[in-house]
Design a protein around this ligand. Structure first.
Ligand code: CTP
Ligand code: MG
Length: 251
């Protein structure tokens, strides 16, 4: 199954802070975006690539992609929007009509296993989409906000939610292209702003399957995340067992 990959990389990186936006900053010697792209492009099914970036970063991203994208992949850099959802919508406009399946993966998650793209794309034969998620390890509490928070506490527990049925969504999230187009169109018309694509597909009644991801597939958000990954990548072998496809010898 041939796949178009959309990489939303148009965020501001506010929580991490610093002068350079996190996706363009060097993580253990390589831009975070490049680390993520190398993994995504290692999935054999990926045939098209769309990266959505801030307008100010179009040129620099273009240069990066010329270095890392294999010659048999068609790619384009486009301008993202003010929300992640808008960036994905902008990316989808660049996906060619012949692409049967689209996978969306955050630029800020460099530790994905390329196999997840294969697995979620395969599930699109049977479902409208499939996403990577991990079962919750912590016990979950629903908090009654009406009990009133104070400086001493964060509210009062209403009930404990069975963690057996709770999974935390990550990316990649992969969908039949026509379904994702309809879901984004509907979200726009209904004024829905989701924090992931699956919620928008669910909102139009789509059936989305789950593939087990990994707690290591973190979205780099804070300084702690950044420092953890720098340490991890400095270990012998870095992220073990995840092959990366060779870069092309020319652009
Ligand atoms: N993203 C995007 N367009 C936006 C906002 C976010 O393409 N308008 C992308 C980010 O670049 C990132 C992914 O969506 O790859 C997940 O977002 P997040 O981790 O929240 O990154 P930022 O929005 O950049 O960080 P922050 O929320 O701290 O500002
Ligand atoms: Mg954000």
């Amino acid at each position: 199954m041939q796949v178009a990959a959309i990489i939303p990389a148009a965020g501001q990186g506010t929580r991490l802070g610093g002068q350079t936006k996190k996706q363009f900053r060097l993580l253990a010697g390589k831009p975070l975006l490049v680390r993520t792209l190398e993994r995504v492009l290692s999935a054999r099914e990926v045939r098209w690539l769309v990266v959505a970036v801030p307008e100010s970063h179009l040129d620099i991203c273009h240069e990066m992609l010329q270095e890392v994208v294999p010659a048999d992949i068609e790619w384009v850099v486009t301008v993202g929007g003010t929300t992640r959802q808008q960036s994905v919508a902008a990316g989808l406009l660049e996906v060619p009509p012949e692409a049967p399946v689209v996978t969306v993966h955050d630029a800020a998650r460099p530790s994905l296993d390329p196999l997840w793209i294969t697995q979620t794309a395969d599930l699109c034969r049977e479902f409208d989409g499939a996403i990577v998620a991990v079962p919750t390890v912590d016990t979950l509490k629903e908090v009654k906000l009406t009990a009133g928070r104070s400086q001493k506490h964060g509210g009062v527990i209403g009930r404990t939610i069975s963690r057996d049925i709770i999974w935390q969504a990550q990316t990649p999230q992969t969908f039949r292209t026509d379904v994702l187009r309809r879901a984004l169109q509907h979200a726009q018309e209904a004024g829905l702003e989701g924090t992931d694509e699956s919620s928008l597909v669910e909102a139009i009644g789509g059936r989305v399957a789950i593939v087990r991801g990994s707690a290591q597939n973190i979205k780099v958000t804070s300084r702690d995340d950044w420092e953890y990954l720098e340490w991890k990548l400095s270990q012998p072998g870095g992220f073990q067992g995840m092959a990366v496809r060779e870069a092309p010898s020319d652009g």
